[in-house]
Design a protein around this ligand. Sequence first.
Ligand code: SAM
Length: 460
Amino acid sequence: MEPEFNRIHVQLPEGVAPFIHITRNERSGRKQAKKKEEDIAVCECKLDPCKTELACGERCLNVLTNTECTPGYCPCGSYCKNQRFQKSEYAKTKLFKTEGRGWGLLADENIKAGMFIIEYCGEVISSDEAKLRAQTYETQGLRDAYIISLNANYYIDATRKGSLGRFINHSCQPNCETRKWTVLGETRVGIFATQDIAVGTELAYDYNFEWYGGVNVRCLCGAPNCSIFLGAKSQGFQEHNHVWEDGDDRYTVDEFPLYDSAEDEPLDKVKVTDSTLPETLLTVKTESFGLNNNGFGYKFKSFSGSVSGNIKSEVKESGQNAIIVSGAKANDAFSNGLGTGSAKRAAKRVQNRKQKLSGRKQVNGKRVAQLFASKKVQDELIKCEEERNLATAKLDAVYDEIRPAIEQRERDSLDSLPTNVAEKWIEASCSKLKADFDLYFSVVKNVVCPPHTNAPNPDP
Ligand SMILES: C[S@@+](CC[C@H](N)C(=O)[O-])C[C@H]1O[C@@H](n2cnc3c(N)ncnc32)[C@H](O)[C@@H]1O
Protein backbone atom coordinates (compact mmCIF):
# COMPACT_ATOMS: atom_id res chain seq x y z
CA MET A 1 0.00 0.00 0.00
CA GLU A 2 1.42 3.39 -0.98
CA PRO A 3 1.69 6.06 1.71
CA GLU A 4 -1.15 8.55 1.72
CA PHE A 5 1.22 11.56 1.59
CA ASN A 6 2.10 10.48 -1.92
CA ARG A 7 -1.41 11.37 -3.03
CA ILE A 8 -2.17 15.02 -2.90
CA HIS A 9 -5.17 17.03 -3.86
CA VAL A 10 -4.64 19.63 -6.57
CA GLN A 11 -7.20 22.01 -7.87
CA LEU A 12 -7.62 21.22 -11.56
CA PRO A 13 -9.26 23.57 -14.06
CA GLU A 14 -12.77 22.65 -15.07
CA GLY A 15 -12.90 20.10 -17.87
CA VAL A 16 -9.74 18.18 -17.01
CA ALA A 17 -10.55 14.48 -16.85
CA PRO A 18 -10.08 13.29 -13.26
CA PHE A 19 -6.96 11.37 -12.24
CA ILE A 20 -5.22 10.67 -8.96
CA HIS A 21 -2.41 13.14 -8.39
CA ILE A 22 0.74 11.52 -7.04
CA THR A 23 4.26 12.78 -6.45
CA ARG A 24 5.97 9.38 -6.37
CA ASN A 25 5.72 6.42 -8.65
CA GLU A 26 3.48 3.61 -7.48
CA ARG A 27 4.46 0.00 -7.94
CA SER A 28 1.75 -2.53 -7.35
CA GLY A 29 2.98 -5.92 -6.23
CA ARG A 30 6.64 -4.92 -6.34
CA LYS A 31 8.30 -3.70 -3.20
CA GLN A 32 10.88 -0.97 -3.50
CA ALA A 33 14.28 -2.65 -3.44
CA LYS A 34 16.08 -1.77 -0.20
CA LYS A 35 19.57 -0.53 -0.96
CA LYS A 36 22.43 -2.18 0.84
CA GLU A 37 24.52 0.32 2.74
CA GLU A 38 27.65 -0.46 0.73
CA ASP A 39 25.75 0.27 -2.50
CA ILE A 40 24.76 3.79 -1.48
CA ALA A 41 26.63 6.36 -3.55
CA VAL A 42 28.13 8.94 -1.21
CA CYS A 43 29.57 12.05 -2.83
CA GLU A 44 32.78 13.78 -1.79
CA CYS A 45 31.37 17.29 -1.45
CA LYS A 46 32.58 19.40 1.45
CA LEU A 47 30.09 21.77 2.96
CA ASP A 48 31.26 25.38 3.04
CA PRO A 49 29.33 26.89 5.96
CA CYS A 50 29.54 30.32 4.28
CA LYS A 51 28.12 29.06 0.99
CA THR A 52 25.57 26.44 1.93
CA GLU A 53 23.57 27.25 -1.22
CA LEU A 54 26.36 25.56 -3.23
CA ALA A 55 26.06 22.23 -1.39
CA CYS A 56 25.99 19.34 -3.87
CA GLY A 57 25.96 21.57 -6.93
CA GLU A 58 26.82 20.68 -10.48
CA ARG A 59 30.25 19.27 -9.55
CA CYS A 60 28.89 16.82 -7.00
CA LEU A 61 29.88 13.29 -8.05
CA ASN A 62 26.31 12.10 -7.63
CA VAL A 63 24.91 14.95 -9.72
CA LEU A 64 27.42 14.13 -12.45
CA THR A 65 26.06 10.59 -12.61
CA ASN A 66 22.37 11.55 -12.38
CA THR A 67 22.09 10.03 -8.92
CA GLU A 68 20.40 11.74 -6.00
CA CYS A 69 22.18 11.87 -2.66
CA THR A 70 20.79 9.68 0.09
CA PRO A 71 19.57 11.52 3.21
CA GLY A 72 21.65 10.61 6.21
CA TYR A 73 24.67 9.77 4.07
CA CYS A 74 25.39 13.02 2.22
CA PRO A 75 28.30 15.01 3.73
CA CYS A 76 26.27 18.20 3.17
CA GLY A 77 23.46 16.93 5.40
CA SER A 78 20.27 18.94 5.25
CA TYR A 79 21.91 21.53 2.96
CA CYS A 80 22.24 18.99 0.14
CA LYS A 81 20.65 20.36 -3.05
CA ASN A 82 20.71 17.03 -4.78
CA GLN A 83 17.44 15.56 -3.54
CA ARG A 84 15.06 17.28 -5.92
CA PHE A 85 13.02 14.22 -6.87
CA GLN A 86 12.79 13.12 -3.23
CA LYS A 87 11.63 16.55 -2.11
CA SER A 88 9.41 17.18 -5.17
CA GLU A 89 11.24 20.43 -5.85
CA TYR A 90 9.27 21.28 -8.95
CA ALA A 91 9.20 24.49 -10.95
CA LYS A 92 5.97 26.48 -10.85
CA THR A 93 3.72 25.33 -13.69
CA LYS A 94 0.14 25.82 -14.76
CA LEU A 95 -2.34 23.81 -16.77
CA PHE A 96 -3.90 25.44 -19.80
CA LYS A 97 -6.11 24.40 -22.70
CA THR A 98 -4.27 24.15 -26.01
CA GLU A 99 -5.64 24.36 -29.52
CA GLY A 100 -6.20 20.80 -30.69
CA ARG A 101 -3.74 19.10 -28.34
CA GLY A 102 -5.89 18.82 -25.24
CA TRP A 103 -4.40 20.24 -22.06
CA GLY A 104 -0.83 21.41 -21.79
CA LEU A 105 1.50 22.67 -19.09
CA LEU A 106 3.13 26.09 -19.12
CA ALA A 107 5.88 27.70 -17.07
CA ASP A 108 4.42 29.79 -14.26
CA GLU A 109 7.81 31.32 -13.49
CA ASN A 110 10.99 31.96 -15.47
CA ILE A 111 12.87 28.69 -15.74
CA LYS A 112 16.62 28.48 -16.30
CA ALA A 113 18.20 26.05 -18.76
CA GLY A 114 19.04 22.76 -17.04
CA MET A 115 16.49 23.24 -14.26
CA PHE A 116 14.49 20.27 -12.99
CA ILE A 117 10.88 21.04 -13.83
CA ILE A 118 8.81 18.10 -12.68
CA GLU A 119 8.90 14.34 -12.31
CA TYR A 120 6.91 12.17 -14.70
CA CYS A 121 5.14 10.09 -12.05
CA GLY A 122 2.72 7.26 -12.60
CA GLU A 123 2.23 3.58 -12.00
CA VAL A 124 5.29 1.47 -12.75
CA ILE A 125 4.11 -1.54 -14.71
CA SER A 126 5.66 -4.41 -16.65
CA SER A 127 5.79 -4.43 -20.43
CA ASP A 128 3.05 -7.10 -20.55
CA GLU A 129 0.82 -4.95 -18.39
CA ALA A 130 1.68 -1.89 -20.51
CA LYS A 131 0.66 -3.75 -23.65
CA LEU A 132 -2.60 -4.83 -22.08
CA ARG A 133 -3.40 -1.38 -20.77
CA ALA A 134 -2.52 0.35 -24.04
CA GLN A 135 -4.95 -1.95 -25.86
CA THR A 136 -7.64 -1.42 -23.23
CA TYR A 137 -7.27 2.37 -23.34
CA GLU A 138 -7.45 2.26 -27.10
CA THR A 139 -10.65 0.23 -27.09
CA GLN A 140 -12.07 2.55 -24.43
CA GLY A 141 -11.45 5.36 -26.90
CA LEU A 142 -8.98 7.22 -24.68
CA ARG A 143 -7.47 9.88 -26.88
CA ASP A 144 -4.36 10.74 -24.96
CA ALA A 145 -1.53 8.32 -24.28
CA TYR A 146 0.32 8.58 -20.98
CA ILE A 147 2.52 5.48 -21.02
CA ILE A 148 6.23 6.12 -21.32
CA SER A 149 9.12 3.70 -21.09
CA LEU A 150 11.20 3.51 -17.94
CA ASN A 151 13.61 0.82 -19.10
CA ALA A 152 13.52 -2.36 -21.18
CA ASN A 153 11.02 -4.10 -18.93
CA TYR A 154 9.08 -1.38 -17.19
CA TYR A 155 6.83 1.49 -18.13
CA ILE A 156 5.29 4.41 -16.33
CA ASP A 157 1.57 4.70 -16.85
CA ALA A 158 0.24 8.11 -15.82
CA THR A 159 -3.25 7.53 -17.19
CA ARG A 160 -5.02 6.95 -13.88
CA LYS A 161 -2.41 8.20 -11.45
CA GLY A 162 0.26 10.73 -12.21
CA SER A 163 1.86 14.09 -11.62
CA LEU A 164 1.21 17.21 -13.67
CA GLY A 165 4.13 16.02 -15.81
CA ARG A 166 1.56 13.89 -17.63
CA PHE A 167 0.20 17.05 -19.27
CA ILE A 168 3.39 18.06 -21.05
CA ASN A 169 2.83 17.85 -24.78
CA HIS A 170 5.20 16.87 -27.54
CA SER A 171 7.09 19.32 -29.72
CA CYS A 172 9.52 18.69 -32.55
CA GLN A 173 11.26 21.87 -31.37
CA PRO A 174 11.15 21.29 -27.62
CA ASN A 175 12.32 23.40 -24.70
CA CYS A 176 12.54 20.44 -22.28
CA GLU A 177 13.76 16.88 -22.29
CA THR A 178 13.31 13.74 -20.19
CA ARG A 179 16.22 12.48 -18.14
CA LYS A 180 16.52 9.38 -16.05
CA TRP A 181 17.81 9.70 -12.52
CA THR A 182 18.63 7.11 -9.93
CA VAL A 183 16.86 7.96 -6.71
CA LEU A 184 17.42 5.69 -3.70
CA GLY A 185 18.21 2.87 -6.10
CA GLU A 186 15.19 3.36 -8.35
CA THR A 187 15.15 4.86 -11.83
CA ARG A 188 12.87 7.86 -12.09
CA VAL A 189 12.09 10.15 -15.01
CA GLY A 190 12.30 13.91 -14.77
CA ILE A 191 11.52 16.70 -17.21
CA PHE A 192 14.36 19.23 -17.44
CA ALA A 193 14.60 22.57 -19.26
CA THR A 194 17.00 22.51 -22.20
CA GLN A 195 16.93 26.29 -22.54
CA ASP A 196 15.81 29.33 -20.58
CA ILE A 197 12.01 29.33 -20.58
CA ALA A 198 10.06 32.52 -19.99
CA VAL A 199 7.02 32.56 -17.73
CA GLY A 200 3.88 31.77 -19.73
CA THR A 201 5.65 29.58 -22.32
CA GLU A 202 4.29 26.12 -22.99
CA LEU A 203 6.57 23.31 -21.84
CA ALA A 204 7.20 20.57 -24.37
CA TYR A 205 9.62 17.74 -24.90
CA ASP A 206 10.24 15.49 -27.86
CA TYR A 207 8.41 12.18 -27.49
CA ASN A 208 11.23 10.84 -29.64
CA PHE A 209 11.94 7.76 -27.56
CA GLU A 210 8.40 7.01 -26.64
CA TRP A 211 6.44 5.07 -29.18
CA TYR A 212 2.79 5.10 -28.38
CA GLY A 213 1.31 1.96 -29.88
CA GLY A 214 -1.94 2.06 -31.79
CA VAL A 215 -2.97 4.61 -34.33
CA ASN A 216 -0.55 7.24 -35.54
CA VAL A 217 -1.29 10.62 -34.02
CA ARG A 218 -0.75 13.62 -36.21
CA CYS A 219 1.57 16.10 -34.57
CA LEU A 220 0.22 19.60 -34.13
CA CYS A 221 3.28 21.17 -32.53
CA GLY A 222 3.63 23.62 -35.41
CA ALA A 223 7.43 23.54 -35.44
CA PRO A 224 9.07 24.14 -38.84
CA ASN A 225 10.90 20.81 -38.53
CA CYS A 226 7.77 18.89 -37.45
CA SER A 227 7.95 15.12 -37.98
CA ILE A 228 4.22 14.98 -38.74
CA PHE A 229 3.44 12.13 -36.33
CA LEU A 230 4.07 11.80 -32.63
CA GLY A 231 7.12 9.63 -32.08
CA ALA A 232 7.71 9.46 -35.82
CA LYS A 233 11.44 9.60 -35.38
CA SER A 234 11.47 6.73 -32.91
CA GLN A 235 12.66 3.38 -34.09
CA GLY A 236 9.49 1.81 -32.70
CA PHE A 237 7.35 3.99 -34.94
CA GLN A 238 9.49 3.29 -37.98
CA GLU A 239 9.47 -0.44 -37.43
CA HIS A 240 5.76 -0.46 -36.67
CA ASN A 241 5.12 1.34 -39.92
CA HIS A 242 7.86 -0.43 -41.83
CA VAL A 243 9.63 2.81 -42.63
CA TRP A 244 13.29 2.31 -43.33
CA GLU A 245 15.94 3.51 -45.67
CA ASP A 246 15.37 3.95 -49.38
CA GLY A 247 15.29 0.66 -51.15
CA ASP A 248 14.52 -1.42 -48.09
CA ASP A 249 11.87 -3.96 -48.96
CA ARG A 250 10.00 -3.10 -45.77
CA TYR A 251 9.27 0.27 -47.27
CA THR A 252 5.84 -1.00 -48.20
CA VAL A 253 3.16 0.22 -45.83
CA ASP A 254 -0.36 -1.04 -46.32
CA GLU A 255 -2.93 0.89 -44.35
CA PHE A 256 -1.72 3.93 -42.47
CA PRO A 257 -4.55 5.02 -40.14
CA LEU A 258 -4.22 8.67 -39.26
CA TYR A 259 -5.48 10.23 -36.08
CA ASP A 260 -5.64 13.91 -35.47
CA SER A 261 -5.45 14.56 -31.76
CA ALA A 262 -7.80 17.49 -32.25
CA GLU A 263 -10.54 15.02 -33.15
CA ASP A 264 -11.66 11.83 -31.52
CA GLU A 265 -12.01 9.86 -34.73
CA PRO A 266 -9.35 8.58 -37.11
CA LEU A 267 -9.26 11.19 -39.84
CA ASP A 268 -8.30 9.53 -43.03
CA LYS A 269 -6.36 6.68 -44.42
CA VAL A 270 -3.42 7.07 -46.70
CA LYS A 271 -2.33 4.34 -49.02
CA VAL A 272 1.43 4.37 -49.02
CA THR A 273 3.60 2.11 -51.08
CA ASP A 274 7.29 1.92 -51.82
CA SER A 275 9.22 5.11 -52.10
CA THR A 276 6.07 7.23 -52.44
CA LEU A 277 5.96 7.35 -48.66
CA PRO A 278 7.75 10.63 -48.09
CA GLU A 279 5.89 12.43 -50.88
CA THR A 280 2.51 11.17 -49.73
CA LEU A 281 3.21 12.36 -46.26
CA LEU A 282 4.58 15.63 -47.49
CA THR A 283 1.15 16.39 -48.85
CA VAL A 284 -0.23 16.02 -45.34
CA LYS A 285 1.99 18.75 -44.00
CA THR A 286 4.66 20.96 -45.49
CA GLU A 287 8.33 20.81 -44.63
CA SER A 288 10.64 17.85 -44.71
CA PHE A 289 9.46 14.51 -43.51
CA GLY A 290 12.53 13.74 -41.49
CA LEU A 291 11.56 10.25 -40.39
CA ASN A 292 15.00 8.89 -40.86
CA ASN A 293 16.90 11.82 -39.46
CA ASN A 294 17.28 10.15 -36.12
CA GLY A 295 16.65 6.60 -37.21
CA PHE A 296 20.27 6.13 -38.14
CA GLY A 297 21.47 7.09 -34.73
CA TYR A 298 24.07 5.10 -32.98
CA LYS A 299 21.71 2.48 -31.71
CA PHE A 300 22.41 -1.15 -31.22
CA LYS A 301 19.09 -2.11 -32.68
CA SER A 302 19.46 -0.06 -35.79
CA PHE A 303 22.82 -1.11 -37.10
CA SER A 304 22.76 1.55 -39.74
CA GLY A 305 26.05 2.67 -38.43
CA SER A 306 26.26 6.43 -38.60
CA VAL A 307 27.52 8.16 -35.51
CA SER A 308 25.01 10.92 -34.86
CA GLY A 309 24.01 13.33 -32.13
CA ASN A 310 22.06 10.55 -30.47
CA ILE A 311 25.07 9.49 -28.46
CA LYS A 312 25.02 12.77 -26.63
CA SER A 313 21.36 12.79 -25.86
CA GLU A 314 21.32 9.18 -24.80
CA VAL A 315 24.26 9.58 -22.47
CA LYS A 316 22.48 12.56 -21.01
CA GLU A 317 19.46 10.41 -20.32
CA SER A 318 21.20 8.44 -17.65
CA GLY A 319 24.59 9.85 -17.03
CA GLN A 320 25.94 6.49 -15.89
CA ASN A 321 29.47 5.46 -16.70
CA ALA A 322 28.57 3.65 -19.87
CA ILE A 323 27.21 4.21 -23.32
CA ILE A 324 23.48 4.42 -22.94
CA VAL A 325 21.17 2.79 -25.39
CA SER A 326 17.95 3.44 -23.58
CA GLY A 327 16.29 5.12 -26.52
CA ALA A 328 16.85 2.23 -28.82
CA LYS A 329 15.87 -0.24 -26.20
CA ALA A 330 12.83 1.62 -25.06
CA ASN A 331 11.53 1.87 -28.54
CA ASP A 332 12.19 -1.73 -29.19
CA ALA A 333 10.40 -2.72 -26.09
CA PHE A 334 7.44 -0.67 -27.15
CA SER A 335 7.39 -2.07 -30.61
CA ASN A 336 7.80 -5.54 -29.17
CA GLY A 337 4.97 -5.07 -26.82
CA LEU A 338 2.52 -2.42 -27.73
CA GLY A 339 2.19 -2.63 -31.45
CA THR A 340 0.23 -5.27 -33.28
CA GLY A 341 1.85 -8.23 -35.02
CA SER A 342 4.91 -7.50 -32.95
CA ALA A 343 6.30 -11.01 -32.57
CA LYS A 344 6.49 -11.44 -36.30
CA ARG A 345 8.11 -8.08 -36.67
CA ALA A 346 10.62 -8.82 -33.92
CA ALA A 347 11.66 -12.02 -35.69
CA LYS A 348 11.92 -10.17 -38.95
CA ARG A 349 13.97 -7.47 -37.26
CA VAL A 350 16.58 -9.98 -36.09
CA GLN A 351 16.78 -11.30 -39.62
CA ASN A 352 17.06 -7.79 -40.97
CA ARG A 353 19.85 -6.90 -38.58
CA LYS A 354 21.86 -9.70 -40.03
CA GLN A 355 20.95 -8.71 -43.54
CA LYS A 356 21.90 -5.15 -42.82
CA LEU A 357 25.18 -6.26 -41.33
CA SER A 358 26.02 -8.40 -44.29
CA GLY A 359 25.68 -5.41 -46.54
CA ARG A 360 22.70 -6.65 -48.48
CA LYS A 361 21.89 -3.29 -50.05
CA GLN A 362 25.40 -2.07 -50.59
CA VAL A 363 27.06 -1.03 -53.78
CA ASN A 364 28.77 -4.03 -55.29
CA GLY A 365 32.35 -2.81 -55.60
CA LYS A 366 33.43 -5.61 -57.90
CA ARG A 367 30.63 -4.92 -60.31
CA VAL A 368 31.29 -1.19 -60.27
CA ALA A 369 34.99 -1.89 -60.89
CA GLN A 370 34.10 -3.52 -64.20
CA LEU A 371 32.64 -0.24 -65.39
CA PHE A 372 36.08 1.35 -65.35
CA ALA A 373 38.47 0.77 -68.24
CA SER A 374 41.59 1.37 -66.17
CA LYS A 375 43.09 -1.73 -64.57
CA LYS A 376 44.53 0.46 -61.82
CA VAL A 377 41.08 1.74 -60.89
CA GLN A 378 39.61 -1.74 -61.03
CA ASP A 379 42.28 -3.03 -58.63
CA GLU A 380 41.74 -0.10 -56.29
CA LEU A 381 37.98 -0.69 -56.16
CA ILE A 382 38.36 -4.43 -55.68
CA LYS A 383 40.75 -3.80 -52.80
CA CYS A 384 38.27 -1.39 -51.19
CA GLU A 385 35.53 -3.97 -51.67
CA GLU A 386 37.59 -6.65 -49.97
CA GLU A 387 38.36 -4.39 -47.05
CA ARG A 388 34.73 -3.56 -46.69
CA ASN A 389 33.80 -7.24 -46.70
CA LEU A 390 36.30 -7.83 -43.93
CA ALA A 391 34.88 -4.94 -41.89
CA THR A 392 31.34 -6.24 -42.42
CA ALA A 393 32.33 -9.72 -41.29
CA LYS A 394 34.02 -8.26 -38.22
CA LEU A 395 30.94 -6.22 -37.33
CA ASP A 396 28.83 -9.34 -37.73
CA ALA A 397 31.16 -11.29 -35.44
CA VAL A 398 31.20 -8.51 -32.83
CA TYR A 399 27.42 -8.49 -32.82
CA ASP A 400 27.32 -12.24 -32.14
CA GLU A 401 29.89 -11.73 -29.40
CA ILE A 402 28.10 -8.90 -27.62
CA ARG A 403 24.58 -10.26 -28.07
CA PRO A 404 24.59 -12.07 -24.68
CA ALA A 405 25.43 -8.76 -22.98
CA ILE A 406 22.61 -6.99 -24.81
CA GLU A 407 20.18 -9.76 -23.91
CA GLN A 408 21.28 -9.77 -20.32
CA ARG A 409 20.82 -6.04 -20.15
CA GLU A 410 17.26 -6.45 -21.39
CA ARG A 411 16.57 -9.32 -18.93
CA ASP A 412 17.89 -7.34 -15.99
CA SER A 413 16.25 -4.14 -17.21
CA LEU A 414 19.51 -2.24 -17.12
CA ASP A 415 19.78 1.09 -18.83
CA SER A 416 23.32 0.76 -19.95
CA LEU A 417 25.72 -1.64 -21.49
CA PRO A 418 29.19 -2.13 -20.05
CA THR A 419 31.55 0.41 -21.60
CA ASN A 420 33.88 -2.24 -23.02
CA VAL A 421 30.99 -3.91 -24.88
CA ALA A 422 29.83 -0.59 -26.28
CA GLU A 423 33.36 0.33 -27.26
CA LYS A 424 33.82 -2.90 -29.16
CA TRP A 425 30.69 -2.20 -31.10
CA ILE A 426 31.67 1.39 -31.80
CA GLU A 427 35.10 0.33 -33.01
CA ALA A 428 33.72 -2.30 -35.39
CA SER A 429 31.06 0.12 -36.65
CA CYS A 430 33.61 2.83 -37.29
CA SER A 431 35.81 0.42 -39.24
CA LYS A 432 32.82 -0.55 -41.33
CA LEU A 433 31.90 3.09 -41.91
CA LYS A 434 35.44 3.88 -42.93
CA ALA A 435 35.53 0.95 -45.35
CA ASP A 436 32.21 2.09 -46.86
CA PHE A 437 33.51 5.61 -47.15
CA ASP A 438 36.76 4.51 -48.77
CA LEU A 439 34.89 2.55 -51.41
CA TYR A 440 32.44 5.33 -52.23
CA PHE A 441 35.21 7.90 -52.21
CA SER A 442 37.26 5.81 -54.58
CA VAL A 443 34.32 5.46 -57.00
CA VAL A 444 33.54 9.17 -56.94
CA LYS A 445 37.19 10.18 -57.21
CA ASN A 446 37.75 7.99 -60.27
CA VAL A 447 34.55 9.17 -61.95
CA VAL A 448 35.30 12.83 -61.36
CA CYS A 449 39.04 12.60 -61.91
CA PRO A 450 39.90 9.59 -64.07
CA PRO A 451 43.52 8.37 -63.71
CA HIS A 452 44.82 10.06 -66.87
CA THR A 453 43.69 13.44 -65.57
CA ASN A 454 44.84 13.04 -61.99
CA ALA A 455 48.18 11.45 -62.83
CA PRO A 456 51.08 13.66 -61.73
CA ASN A 457 52.72 15.65 -64.54
CA PRO A 458 55.98 14.10 -65.62
CA ASP A 459 58.97 16.29 -64.80
CA PRO A 460 59.87 18.61 -67.71
C1 SAM B 1 1.09 12.75 -22.25
S1 SAM B 1 -0.37 13.35 -22.98
C2 SAM B 1 -0.16 15.11 -22.95
C3 SAM B 1 -1.33 15.79 -22.28
C4 SAM B 1 -2.60 15.81 -23.06
N1 SAM B 1 -2.59 16.89 -24.03
C5 SAM B 1 -3.84 15.93 -22.18
O1 SAM B 1 -4.73 16.74 -22.47
O2 SAM B 1 -3.93 15.20 -21.20
C6 SAM B 1 -0.01 12.90 -24.64
C7 SAM B 1 -1.17 13.12 -25.57
O3 SAM B 1 -1.37 14.51 -25.83
C8 SAM B 1 -1.65 14.73 -27.20
N2 SAM B 1 -0.51 15.46 -27.78
C9 SAM B 1 0.64 15.75 -27.18
N3 SAM B 1 1.45 16.45 -27.98
C10 SAM B 1 0.83 16.59 -29.14
C11 SAM B 1 1.16 17.19 -30.38
N4 SAM B 1 2.31 17.82 -30.59
N5 SAM B 1 0.26 17.12 -31.39
C12 SAM B 1 -0.90 16.50 -31.20
N6 SAM B 1 -1.30 15.92 -30.05
C13 SAM B 1 -0.45 15.96 -29.03
C14 SAM B 1 -1.77 13.35 -27.84
O4 SAM B 1 -3.13 12.98 -27.81
C15 SAM B 1 -0.95 12.48 -26.91
O5 SAM B 1 -1.37 11.14 -26.90
